[in-house]
Design a protein around this ligand. Structure first.
Ligand code: DON
Length: 306
């Protein structure tokens, strides 16, 4: 089986690398615009210990919104089901940075993966932890087995200078009563959280706990319960790609999460995780090549949740 994964991954990679050059690099965070558009890598980690990589899979990139899954995990672990009083679990059908539905739903974001939802999650973490920035970093260091992981000041500072929409979102939610802390502190943490950098290999390794009933694979440590892990995966399937979540489920058939750095991580519970990176994005902010590669892999391996 693993031999076939290797062939499938290699065939899909070479085919897509040759043909596909659609999409645009994210420039609204100026630092992201410096990345070479030709970067393309993928890494798959299987529960049986198999680890397969191709292309630029050991080069670091900005994981951006992919980190929202990790902040949700920590907040959910800390506050349990009361979390859903602050953030809903419905697909938004809108762009990741949309303000539109906040007024309708009285400051309760539709889900934790759009920017508004992730900002509320940051607010919850600040309320729960003495030093949320440090505690979150510590949590991700443990999950990823990367003890030296740090926030990228370059990327965070770049977004802090231009993230006017996020400033608007946070202040708007504050005015509606669903941000409890100082908006400047919440945004500062949010931008740092989005600035984390990992390689495809590291990202695939980090997400293994969600393919393993909430337990780390490297040391067996329980991170979250089976039920919470199920629910986070359900949210990735229904909301992980914003207004393209239906399309991703339709084409790929796995829970996953994208980021404007061009990364996508997807997973098949009890089987594998896969991280793909190519910085050229479609109009929904999702990587064109990464989506295509994942579609090829699940179609040819017949290993999706459907
Ligand atoms: O807040 C932002 O706009 C970025 N830091 C993260 C957005 C993002 O990654 C959307 N993903 N595809």
């Amino acid at each position: 089986m693993n031999f076939s994964y290797k062939n499938i991954l290699e065939n899909a990679y070479h085919e897509i690398q040759q043909k596909d050059n659609d999409g645009k690099i994210a420039t609204y965070i100026p630092e992201l615009a410096h990345v070479a558009p030709s970067k393309f890598g993928a890494h798959m980690t299987c529960l049986d210990g198999t680890s397969l990589g191709i292309g630029d899979h050991i080069e670091k990139f900005s994981i951006q919104s992919i980190a929202k899954v990790l902040s949700l995990t920590l907040a959910y672990k800390l506050v349990g089901e009361t979390l859903w009083e602050r953030v809903d679990v419905e697909p938004s059908g809108t762009k990741f940075d949309s303000l539109l539905l906040l007024e309708t739903y009285k400051g309760v974001p539709r889900n934790p993966f759009i920017n508004s939802g992730a900002i509320v999650i940051c607010d919850i973490l600040i309320s729960q932890l003495d030093n949320a920035k440090e505690a979150f970093l510590h949590f991700v260091r443990d999950l990823s087995d990367l003890p030296n992981l740090t926030y990228s000041d370059k990327i965070a500072d770049s977004e802090k200078r231009t993230g006017f929409r996020n400033v608007a979102l946070c202040n708007f939610i504050k005015s509606l009563g669903n941000i409890k802390n100082d908006p400047d502190d919440v945004l500062d943490f949010y931008f740092d959280m989005c600035s984390l950098e990992m390689t495809c290999q590291q990202l695939s390794h980090t997400f293994m706990f969600l393919a393993n009933d909430g337990c780390k694979v490297s040391d067996g440590k329980p991170i979250i319960t089976v039920n919470k892990s199920k629910r986070i995966n359900a949210l990735m399937l229904t909301c992980g790609f914003y207004d393209e979540s239906g399309e991703f489920a339709f084409r790929v058939g796995l829970p996953g999460k994208s980021g404007v750095g061009g990364g996508i991580v997807a997973l098949y519970p009890d089987n594998y995780t896969i991280a793909v990176w190519s910085p050229l994005l479609n109009e929904h902010g999702n990587s064109c090549k990464a989506m295509k590669l994942l579609e090829e892999v699940t179609t040819h391996s017949e290993m999706s949740i459907f």
